[in-house]
Design a protein around this ligand. Structure first.
Ligand code: C2E
Ligand code: CA
Ligand code: CA
Ligand code: CA
Length: 279
């Protein structure tokens, strides 16, 4: 039954409980999806501008939903972060990415890096280090092939926990990159105290680079800044050869984007990589 006429509180209440219920539903659904194996990873290649070779991959999660089809992370990662499900989901991502990296390395692509996105919440989990150690051991992967991407916003929370986990992982040989650079507010003093070696220029800065000089200048300044901090640069969202050429001129080390390849399922990635080798 509808709320009593004029009773805005009742109405409000009903709305709140309806949306709360649907959030709980969504959580349950994602939890089941994890159990049933409905999640997938797609891998986007990273091109090294100097060698012209694919030097790494970024793992990007998708949900093959039985009714709604293939869902991108924006449809469920925020909810997973909110609910804490990002922790088990994140372990699934790490385990799958390491499994696939092992098979890629064994298949001959033995100098590929794997970049994995990590949420702030995952750093707050005490099992992160032991789990990673176990998975690395299981897969026989040298940790220096692994890279974790952390957003600027996560890093700038200056959490003691994040900092010590980063240092501990850094000791293992794992690398860190600063994702979505330019969208948050970095303190360079804070940045230089963390074991970060790469800076990823957000695709919003790369978009329109060749057509708007102001944008190109901004990206050039960002690359210069990264180099002053002794960081390598990956530009994301590279869609045109003009953008790629400008980035090369500016001295960016790597690019990622539809120009090189979309994120691909493992089988298609293998195909892409073998075609790449023949080219
Ligand atoms: P991100 O880390 O900034 O990832 C880059 C996004 O840009 C990806 O979107 C990718 O598909 C898209 N992209 C790549 N090349 C191009 C291009 O040339 N043009 C344009 N317009 N877009 C491009 P996607 O896969 O939808 O991922 C969205 C975000 O979801 C990611 O942003 C990342 O923050 C998050 N995410 C993805 N997988 C995971 C995960 O396993 N764990 C966590 N915590 N977050 C994840
Ligand atoms: Ca990323
Ligand atoms: Ca990014
Ligand atoms: Ca992003």
């Amino acid at each position: 039954a509808k709320a009593a006429q004029g009773c805005t509180w009742c109405f409000y209440d009903e709305q709140v409980s309806r949306s709360a219920r649907s959030l709980a539903d969504q959580e349950g659904e994602l939890r089941r999806a994890l159990r049933r194996g409905e999640l997938e990873l797609h891998y986007q290649p990273r091109l090294c501008l100097e060698s012209g070779r694919i030097v790494g991959l970024e793992a990007l999660v998708r949900w093959l939903h039985p009714e709604r089809g293939l869902l991108g992370p924006d449809a469920f990662i925020p909810m997973a972060e909110e609910s804490g499900l990002i922790v088990p989901l994140g372990y699934w991502v790490i385990a799958r990415a390491l499994r696939d990296l092992q098979s890629l390395h064994e298949g001959g692509a033995d100098s590929l890096h794997m970049a994995i996105n990590l949420s702030f919440r995952q750093f707050q989990d005490s099992q992160l280090l032991p789990t990673l150690n176990r998975l690395i051991e299981e897969r026989g992967i040298d940790p220096h092939w692994l890279e974790f991407e952390l957003t600027e916003t996560a890093v700038m929370r200056r959490s003691e926990q994040v900092q010590s986990a980063m240092h501990a992982l850094g000791e293992l040989g794992v690398r860190f990159s600063l994702d979505d650079f330019g969208t948050g507010f970095s303190s360079f003093v804070h940045l230089s105290s963390l074991p970060i070696t790469l800076l990823k220029i957000d695709k919003s800065f790369v978009a329109g680079m060749a057509v708007r000089p102001g944008k190109s200048q901004l990206v050039q300044a960002m690359v210069g800044l990264a180099h002053n901090l002794d960081l390598d640069v990956v530009a994301e969202g590279v869609e045109t050869t003009e953008q790629l050429e400008l980035l090369r001129q500016f001295g960016a080390q790597q690019v990622q984007g539809y120009l090189v390849s979309q994120p691909l399922p493992l089988a298609e990635l293998l195909h892409f990589m073998s075609a790449e080798r023949l080219a």
